[in-house]
Design a protein around this ligand. Structure first.
Ligand code: AMP
Ligand code: GLC
Length: 455
């Protein structure tokens, strides 16, 4: 099989070179994920106790934020019913207490920055400087050993220390992740796909709090890195986004002055004003990573409603519609690389050419399969073993459509002066959990690409 050969050689090349990528800056959101695997009987009892009728109201339409237990349970049902991920801010302290007492099965590193820091620094051996809004003992303990650093100011001097050596006792930012498997049933609802609902019980990552160490020493930090990945803009609202956006714009100017390519991980951003503000900022990034729901939400924001709908109708998502949407986004913003991922395949549109773009996507798909299978990638060996997961058969018609439309061969084509790279991914039948797979994909592909380019 052609793809098996391409997978094996991409893994070998990147595994050899990834340690030489240089330092990566990761900003801004790190938190703790308290993962609860939902149990149908337990959820049913809780819904009945809270008042079924009111809970069901929220399963039809998500509230803006969570202020009551009924809203929490209804929002979980909203996700189950559709098999879609959603995340809401939990404003009420009693609801936060309810979630805490409900409990969790596992505490895990969370937030794009935290997840990427453990993967890049703890598994790939790529040194990272991470922004951690609050460093509680619990949060620090979730960082893997390895070259993971946070800035610390001592006697007016900037030092880089491992989070465990930061020795602070700050707050714990906990996000409660309610995971369900495909076919999970409660009342008449049945989940068409595995996924999760997230209740974010923290006031730091949700408002994009930026630490003083980063504000004051950003130029010095930026001088010491080769790449940057930015995330965590998704929970902002039209009422609070202006100030953090100004800071981020400033940070991007510093990075661009020093020719540090920056990637934006575009998580689902419910507030349309914020989504438009992100679009205005996108030209300052080298690269952006997103899934079908996120790409559709951008198309909607730029008035391409028809295209947005097309992106959400087929499974697997129509790759020609995706390519059209990516071309529109590239033309409108000037961003140089767009990495699209969906269940079953990835595409990358770049204004530069080379097999290394596709090979980095293949490496990312292996990392994603390892993450889906195990919940946490512990070593590069876990990624090598993911080679055994079969290549997704449903991606075959996608590949054929791309060959017909753009003359794609071996996952590469030229479209309107851009390169389009495609890979069919490996799908794990019964994933351990779903949270953090997108972050694993985007960071592996972005860093893997530079490892090949510079190596
Ligand atoms: P996101 O929606 O951004 O969190 O990213 C989820 C991505 O993870 C999807 O687009 C898929 O590419 C990938 N994914 C989800 N489930 C699996 C699975 N069971 N096996 C492999 N990859 C998966
Ligand atoms: C969001 C959530 C965080 C989760 C992450 C995974 O940032 O807030 O809890 O770990 O997504 O991608």
């Amino acid at each position: 099989m052609m793809w098996d050969g391409l997978y094996a050689s991409a893994f070998e090349k990147i595994n050899e070179r990834i340690g030489n990528t240089g330092r990566v800056l990761l900003a801004y959101n790190t938190n703790i994920d308290a993962i609860k695997y939902l149990n149908s009987g337990d959820l049913k009892d809780r819904i009945e106790k809270a008042g079924k009728e009111e809970v069901l109201r929220y399963s039809n339409e998500l509230p803006e934020k969570i202020r009551s237990v009924q809203q929490l349970l209804g929002s979980i049902l909203w996700s189950v019913k559709r098999g879609k991920a959603a995340e809401l801010f939990v404003e009420s302290c009693p609801v936060r207490f309810y979630m805490k007492r409900w409990g969790w099965n596992e505490l895990r590193m969370g937030g794009q920055v935290g997840i990427m820091a453990n993967l890049l620094g703890g598994v790939y051996g790529v040194p990272v400087i991470a922004h951690v809004p609050q460093i509680s003992r619990l949060q620090a303990g979730l960082f893997k050993d390895g070259s993971i650093y946070v800035p610390k100011i001592e006697n007016g001097q900037l030092r880089l220390v491992h989070p465990k050596e930061f020795n602070a006792d700050e707050e714990s930012c906990i996000h409660f992740i309610y995971e369900f498997s495909r076919g999970f049933r409660v009342f008449d609802f049945k989940a068409p796909r595995e996924n999760r609902f997230i209740g974010s019980a923290d006031d730091y990552t949700t408002t994009l709090f930026i630490r003083d160490e980063f504000r004051k020493s950003f130029e010095e930090i930026a001088r010491s890195v080769n790449l940057a990945i930015v995330s965590g803009l998704q929970a902002l609202t039209k009422d609070n986004y202006r100030e953090p956006f100004e800071t981020i714009r400033g940070h991007l100017e510093v990075l661009n002055d020093r020719n540090v390519p920056a990637h934006l991980e575009f998580a689902f951003t419910p507030d349309e004003t914020v989504r438009k503000a992100i679009l205005d900022l996108l030209g300052n990034f080298w690269s952006v990573g997103l899934n079908e729901v996120e790409l559709a939400s951008i198309m909607e924001a730029i008035g391409e409603k028809c295209l947005a709908e097309k992106l959400l109708t087929n499974d697997p998502v129509d790759p020609v519609a995706v390519t059209e949407a990516m071309l529109k986004l590239a033309e409108k913003t000037g961003v140089r690389r767009i990495h699209f991922h969906t269940y079953g395949y990835y595409l990358a549109l770049t204004d530069y050419k080379g097999e290394f773009v596709r090979d980095a996507l293949l490496f990312a798909a292996l990392a994603a399969a390892a993450k889906a299978k195990l919940g946490d990638v512990r070593s590069i060996d876990d990624i090598a073993k993911a080679m055994d997961v079969p290549v997704n058969e449903k991606a075959k018609p996608v590949e054929e459509a791309l060959a017909r439309e753009y003359g794609m061969e071996k996952g590469l084509a030229e479209v309107d002066g851009y390169q389009l790279a495609f890979v069919p991914t490996k799908i794990v039948e019964k994933p351990k959990s779903t949270v953090g797979i997108g972050d694993t994909i985007s960071s592996s592909a972005f860093v893997g690409e530079f490892a090949l380019k510079n190596g």
